[in-house]
Design a protein around this ligand. Structure first.
Ligand SMILES: Cc1cc2nc3c(=O)[nH]c(=O)nc-3n(C[C@H](O)[C@H](O)[C@H](O)COP(=O)(O)O)c2cc1C
Length: 372
């Protein structure tokens, strides 16, 4: 199909994936987003040349927005010892180098995903097995309640004093992200990590006003959001990634998902990145093409807040279909970008979209220039 389209010549009006989009003062050249993906290649939280090349090449590859991997606001909050951080001043210069490269050599905007892994912290690198660390390498994990994730060690229930510390660390992380020049931040409230462990009743049994009803379970994530929103510039957007479902019969309902969307919208969140799962080990996901789009659709259209959809979106065609049918505002792809940083340049070639920006260094490969 793509080949036929290319032969037909440039399209008169670029399809929706290639249309610009604005969030507060952030202007995106198009609606494709590189999803946050841990690279496990940092040294005590410090990004290395790997991040520069990985994020830089995906920005050059034409996506409108690139989001960093989960970047942890404390050493204790890291998933693995190789995970990225923004908890020490030494992290700032290497992150700024990445941001400066993206701004100098592409039209992409770049967001930082701020995270705390909670009860899923202290694990080994995936290519070394990914299991919880043991012995001197391991560190104490914390969660909303002392409930383990599957076979992981039981976390310690986070105290009120520690909650204040983690909140302050998120605020500091946001201030440092601003110092590095990031265009957006995304708060990681998904996948069973610390904030997600508050939101889900399956991992939160607190009795101190931070557990119980959905309002109570959202209280701490919303308090952190409000503190970060205050510290982050008014003209820059904040996204929140949530697990819209735990894929579990006792998990969130449709009404809960909509209410979470409304609560975040009212708090000043600009867009919800609708992910799913990772909250409990005995989840029962229903996989398929674009399988998480129904959650984005529901939250976007019932809660009245912009959404990103992610999860097994395999092509620009699928992205355009999702946008045209009003199921999301932005299309997020993770694994396709690992195999092909130039996903968007290829899509622009397939569709004959001349307006897509090509770096001057690569112009000779632009399909319309290649003929002859
Ligand atoms: C290698 C890898 C690392 C990931 N790391 C993160 C992460 O740091 N933060 C996050 O929110 N999701 C993370 N994810 C999940 C992806 O962002 C995405 O939601 C998921 O892979 C589904 O999208 P896909 O089908 O396009 O791959 C990761 C996924 C992969 C494959």
């Amino acid at each position: 199909m793509a080949k036929k389209r290319a032969e037909a010549g440039p399209v008169p009006v670029a399809p929706p994936l290639f249309q610009p989009y604005a969030l507060r003062g952030m202007q995106l050249a198009n609606r494709l987003v590189v999803s946050p993906m841990c690279m496990y290649s940092c040294d005590d939280g410090t990004p290395t040349d790997w991040q520069l090349v990985h994020l830089g090449s995906r920005a050059v590859g034409g996506a409108g927005l690139v989001i960093t991997e989960a970047t942890h606001v404390s050493a204790q909050g890291r998933i693995t010892p190789g995970c990225a951080g923004i908890y020490h001043e030494k992290h700032l210069a290497p992150w700024k180098r990445v941001v400066d490269f993206v701004h100098a050599h592409s039209k992409a905007r770049i967001g930082m995903q701020l995270a705390h892994a909670g009860r899923k912290a202290s694990t080994d690198l995936p290519w070394l097995g990914g299991k919880p660390l043991s012995g001197p390498a391991a560190w104490q994990t914390i969660g909303a309640s002392a409930i383990a994730y599957g076979q992981y060690p039981v976390p310690r229930e986070i105290t009120l004093a520690e909650m204040a510390q983690v909140q302050a660390a998120f605020v500091q992380g946001a201030k440092w992200a601003q110092q590095c020049g990031f265009d957006m931040i995304e708060l990681h409230y998904a996948h069973g990590y610390l904030m997600s462990s508050f939101i889900s009743a399956l991992s939160n049994r607190r009795t101190d006003g931070y557990g119980g009803s959905l309002e109570a379970r959202m209280r701490y994530p919303l308090e952190c959001f409000a503190a970060v929103r205050q510290a982050w510039p008014d003209d820059k957007p904040i996204s929140v990634r949530i697990s819209a479902t735990e894929w579990h019969s006792q998990g969130l309902s449709d009404a809960d998902r909509v209410q979470i969307g409304q609560m975040l919208r009212d708090a000043g969140c600009d867009i919800i990145d609708c992910s799913a799962g990772g909250v409990v080990a005995d989840q029962q996901p229903v996989y398929g093409r674009m399988f998480q789009a129904p959650f984005s659709d529901l939250i976007r259209n019932e809660a009245g807040i912009a959404t990103m959809t992610v999860g097994n979106i395999q092509s620009a065609d699928q992205g355009n279909t999702l946008l045209l049918s009003g199921r999301a505002d932005l299309i997020v792809m993770a694994r396709p970008h690992l195999a092909d940083p130039y996903t968007m340049l290829h899509a622009a070639g397939d569709y004959g979209v001349e307006s897509q920006y090509w770096p001057p260094q690569y112009l000779a490969s632009k399909p319309s220039r290649r003929k002859g």
